[in-house]
Ligand binder design. Structure first.
Ligand SMILES: O=C(CO)[C@@H](O)[C@H](O)[C@H](O)[C@H](O)COP(=O)(O)O
Ligand SMILES: [Zn+2]
Length: 197
């Protein structure tokens, strides 16, 4: 068991090392997209499934409250947290529409949809991306593996941040780091006077 635990740590570290070369550019592009949307008075809607739902909620809560330093609240909504809405859409229609229906109600042109999926193939997230595009929103997609079907929906105005791994757990661990990097970048761009060290 100890060897297996060590192997998990080693693989997680190696995935992060592989990501050092690949991810800073798309993370930087996503940060600037988010900063511009926030400056223009737009908001960020977030969703994903399972562990990715947790990361979507995590990101949203860091914008609404704060990351490392105090600063004004930033507008974000997680689409994963309202059990009444999620259960009624799944019950009355189907689970594929749990996010897309919320986006058609809440999304406005210029808003950003932040979607998280390790496979890139979660159908409700794909439907969310289609709904966002129909509302003239832009998309930041956090993926893994080969990007799945989600990669095919990412257009020239969108950003995909794809973790170089085929294991869901390892991908999620890097997604967590990407969420923190986005928050760090947003804070540094919007509130540079608050930087301390
Ligand atoms: O956290 C984990 C596995 O580590 C699971 O809850 C995982 O997120 C769920 O199986 C998701 O439904 C997987 O969806 P996705 O990442 O392929 O979009
Ligand atoms: Zn997990």
């Amino acid at each position: 068991m100890l060897d297996q635990i060590k192997a998990n740590f080693t693989e997680s570290i190696q995935t992060k090392i592989a990501a050092i070369e690949l991810l800073p550019e798309p993370i930087s592009n996503a940060t600037l997209m988010m900063v511009n949307a926030l400056i223009n008075g737009n908001k960020i809607l977030c969703c994903g499934n399972g562990g990715s739902a947790v990361s979507a909620q995590h990101f949203s809560s860091l914008l609404l409250n704060k990351f490392e330093r105090d600063r004004p609240s930033l507008p974000s909504i997680t689409l994963t947290a309202d059990g009444a809405t999620l259960s009624s859409i799944a019950n009355d229609f189907d689970f594929e529409q749990v996010y897309s229906k919320q986006i058609r109600a809440l999304g406005q042109a210029g808003d950003i949809l932040f979607v998280i999926s390790t496979s890139g193939d979660s159908q409700n997230v794909i439907r969310a991306m289609e709904a966002a595009l129909s509302r003239d929103m832009t998309i930041v997609a956090l993926t893994g593996k080969d990007g799945g079907k989600m990669a095919g929906l990412v257009g020239p105005n969108d950003v995909e941040i794809r973790v170089p791994s085929n294991r869901t757990a390892r991908i999620q661990e890097v997604h967590y780091l990407v969420v923190h990097s986005l928050c760090d970048g947003i804070d540094n761009c919007l509130f540079p006077e608050n930087i301390q060290d």
